[in-house]
Design a protein around this ligand. Structure first.
Ligand code: ADP
Length: 232
């Protein structure tokens, strides 16, 4: 059974631009998938539909049995609770500590204090930052800030983790650190991970499934892929 099922999805924006054409894609639970493609190929649009910031114009997206496109605006939290999101620019609260940044994700969903404490420490341990819980974001390196953002995204143990260019602001060494953290999450928690990237070395080194988008169409789907210059 596929965890994510994308069926005949087309996305046309109101200005008439079609960003995704008739996309069909299945992703199994626990998969680690790279989505690559040049600028304007539709990667962000696909992500936005997965976390229901945008709705498909046609077709459907099912995540863990939930028809994401059909969810009403006031029920979007239902999908947001199933997934965590990591962005290129970290998006941490600058005036909150590492601990508070992660704990906040549980506070907003009304978790109990004991639970918040346990889960926050567990998530920070998983990303290797238990020693820095009292630091503020500006006292951390870029790689460490991204690890806080990852801890925040997984603290509620989502089944799906979406990573939008998570290493886009990091040097190759820090990028590989982030990749090891993500691989560990994928393997130890069984979290399904979908990641967009432009980083050729990362894709080549990881040897995961690679989906290539070009002008809004799926042009390649490699089982254990390499970064395919010729496809982009
Ligand atoms: P990528 O993330 O691969 O760069 P996008 O999904 O951002 O690609 O963009 C795909 C296409 O959709 C582009 O032609 C882009 O200009 C267009 N597009 C993206 N967002 C919007 C929007 N909100 N309104 C209109 N067109 C958009």
């Amino acid at each position: 059974m596929e965890f994510i099922k994308i069926k005949n999805v087309t996305k046309q924006y109101r200005n008439g631009v079609t960003a995704i054409y008739d996309l069909n894609l299945g992703i199994k639970k626990g998969d680690f998938v790279f989505v690559i493609g040049g600028s304007g190929s539709g990667k962000s649009t696909l992500f936005k539909m997965l976390y229901r910031e945008e709705k498909p114009t046609r077709g459907e997206i099912i995540i863990g049995g939930l028809n994401v496109g059909k969810i009403r605006n006031n029920k979007v939290y239902k999908i947001r609770r199933k997934l965590g999101i990591v962005f290129q620019d970290y998006r941490l609260l600058p005036k909150s500590t590492v601990y508070e940044n992660v704990a906040f994700a549980l506070e907003v969903i009304g978790a109990k204090t004991d639970d918040i404490h346990k889960k926050t420490l567990k998530a920070l341990e998983l990303v290797g930052l238990k020693g820095k819980i009292r630091n503020y974001p500006d006292q951390l390196s870029g790689g460490e800030q991204q690890r806080v953002a990852i801890a925040r995204a997984i603290v509620n143990e989502p089944k799906l983790l979406l990573c939008d260019e998570p290493t886009g602001n990091l040097d190759p060494e820090k990028s590989m650190e982030i990749m090891r953290v993500l691989e560990n999450i994928n393997q130890t928690l069984g979290t399904t991970i979908i990641m967009t990237t432009h980083a050729k070395e990362i894709v080549n080194q990881m040897e995961k499934r690679v989906i290539v988008l070009k002008d809004g169409r799926l042009v390649k789907d490699y089982e254990k892929g390499k970064y395919a210059n010729e496809d982009i």
